[in-house]
Unconditional design. Structure first.
Length: 224
């Protein structure tokens, strides 16, 4: 017995006496499953993360050259409230970036309006005069507080510990004293000791001793 293959129709079986037997054509069933993931990222690449502009940023207690961005009268504490940002150095624009990231402004210096503290107000005005040639302020007349906007000042800051709204111990940088820009540039200032929530606890940071006689500038309770 011999088997012949007919590729077009069927298989033929040659039996005796020249008779041909036709066999059924073989049946084949092929199942193909294709799984295509349409969410694969093009080129399998991460998006642009702008790492060249990313940085972790904080500031330390010390002296900074700042620009007055806005001024308002704070009737609750009887003071001028100066919205400031660092104007020079590696930390320039720090508080604007903080506001962009966290949604609050972290630096307000102040000038007292109390009658018994007029000497401190005069000291601050003199520092502004020295730092901004051409700045005019009438010591014996009326003045518009908005004249202070845009001028440079020196601000000495200190560290203050406090309890956050979540009950955790935190710290922030607060303004301590307004000085001239020249005092900052020549390091003619002393950083006050930090205000510790627990006065018996030691502060782990480096602190430069200061002489007495300065009054801490009041500021809003905003963490940095």
């Amino acid at each position: 017995m011999r088997i012949y293959s007919n590729h077009s129709t069927s298989l033929l079986l040659l039996a005796g006496a020249g008779h041909l037997l036709k066999l059924p054509k073989p049946q084949f069933h092929i199942e193909i499953t294709v799984n295509i993931n349409t969410k694969v990222k093009e080129n399998n690449m991460l998006p642009n993360m702008n790492l060249s502009e990313a940085r972790s940023e904080s500031i330390k207690p010390g002296g900074y050259i700042m620009r007055i961005l806005d001024v308002e009268i704070d009737e609750k504490y009887n003071r001028l409230k100066l919205k400031c940002d660092i104007a020079e150095g590696q930390s320039a624009g720090y508080y604007q970036r903080l506001d962009d990231r966290a949604g609050f402004w972290g630096m307000y210096a102040s000038m007292p309006l109390d009658e018994n503290k007029r000497w401190k107000f005069k000291r601050d005005i003199d520092a502004i005069r020295e730092s901004n040639p051409g700045f005019e302020w009438d010591d014996d007349g009326e003045n518009d507080e908005k004249k202070l906007v845009g001028n440079l000042i020196g601000v000495v800051t200190r560290l203050k510990e406090y309890i956050g709204n979540d009950g955790a111990d935190k710290s922030k940088i607060v303004p301590y004293m307004i000085v001239s820009v020249s005092d900052i540039k020549t390091n003619n200032y002393k950083v006050p000791e930090p205000i510790l929530r627990n006065k018996d606890a030691a502060f782990s940071g480096e602190v430069v001793d200061t002489t007495g006689g300065f009054e801490e500038l009041r500021t809003d309770d905003i963490p940095f």
